[in-house]
Design a protein around this ligand. Structure first.
Ligand code: HEM
Length: 150
């Protein structure tokens, strides 16, 4: 199974996969932090508008392209013969965790639209807790893909 022509580029593709992952993770760690502070600012006014601009640029100019690149290079790695065994526990756990990470990205996008409409749907405490989600998923993903424990 897979595309033989991809094999010579395996290490290049993996390098670009990791560069995209680093950019995506930087945003996944930072955006909830912005939401912690934005949720404590009264709607309207200059300060709230400044947070909206930071959130919009972080999501649209960095996180969305980085997530798409992570998936494209990740799928190219899946299609490289001999790299992924779909019966192995490490891969299934990693794959479920990256799907969860993508869902989390989606919830941050929804929250950005709420803030852009000056809605304060969640508390600062909620975003402090949510800030731990990408950290936890990253720990699981990196151990699974490097150690391949099961
Ligand atoms: C978004 C969808 C993703 C897909 C489809 C995907 C797929 C893959 C595949 C197939 C490999 C090659 C495994 C190997 O060489 O043994 C790989 C490598 C890797 N992935 Fe991902 N990945 C994704 C997201 C992520 C994320 C979010 C992280 C980190 C938070 C991550 C971290 C890594 C690391 C560190 C490696 C290198 C492992 C090594 O050199 O042995 N990946 N990925």
């Amino acid at each position: 199974m897979g595309i033989e022509a991809l094999s010579p580029y395996y290490l290049w593709v993996k390098s670009f996969h990791l560069m995209a992952v680093i950019a995506w993770m930087a945003g996944l760690f930072y955006l909830p932090r912005l939401y912690v502070y934005h949720s404590q600012i009264a709607p309207g006014g200059e300060e709230s508008a400044r947070f909206m601009k930071m959130e919009r640029l972080l999501l649209k100019a960095i996180m969305n392209p980085a997530m798409i690149a992570t998936w494209i290079f990740g799928l190219l790695l899946i299609l490289t013969p001999g790299i992924v065994d779909w019966t192995s526990g490490w891969w299934l756990t990693k794959f479920a965790s990256v799907v969860a990470m993508t869902w989390f990205h989606g919830t941050l996008g929804k929250a950005r639209r709420d803030f852009a409409e000056e809605k304060r749907v969640r508390t600062g405490r909620y975003w402090r807790i949510m800030n731990e989600v990408p950290t936890l998923l990253m720990i699981i993903i990196v151990i699974m893909v490097i150690v391949k424990p099961f």
